[in-house]
Design a binder for this molecule. Structure first.
Ligand code: 5GP
Length: 119
């Protein structure tokens, strides 16, 4: 069982304690530009609920929250203007996955031809 840290940076963004460049928000999700973009478009989409990663999310979130996150990701790609030319979604999970912020986030990358996946 993963313990959620209420003071992680995305929890603080959700509480409005740290600013973000918002792209989209709805009842269940928030999307904002990554502070250190790795592509011309690099946006993070997060659930508003307190979930550490995909494991935690799929175990505890409601079906409505899970659907909302995936719908939000697709919507954000449309808003960001990358839908037509293609884009990538990615979520780092745990230590081996290289996850730095312990609040579930989906990265959206686009705006150029992306390189191969790095293992
Ligand atoms: P991870 O390695 O956990 O998958 O990715 C964390 C991402 O969050 C990194 O791409 C990093 O640049 C981004 N990030 C970390 N702190 C902040 C912040 O305060 N604001 C924003 N907008 N992005 C952040």
């Amino acid at each position: 069982m993963m313990v959620y840290d209420d003071n992680n940076v995305f929890a603080r963004i959700l509480r409005g304690e740290i600013p973000c460049r918002k792209v989209y928000e709805d009842e269940h999700t928030l999307a904002f530009h990554d502070i250190n973009p790795q592509a011309p478009i690099h946006i993070l989409v997060i659930p508003k609920g307190a979930y550490v990663s995909m494991i935690d999310f799929t175990e505890r979130a409601s079906d409505v929250e899970i659907a909302a996150l995936f719908r939000s990701v697709t919507k954000v790609a449309e808003i960001a203007g990358v839908s037509a030319e293609g884009w990538r979604l990615l979520s780092n999970i745990g230590i081996n996955g290289g996850q730095e912020v312990p609040h579930l986030h989906i990265h959206i990358f686009g705006g150029r031809k992306l390189g191969p996946m790095i293992a």
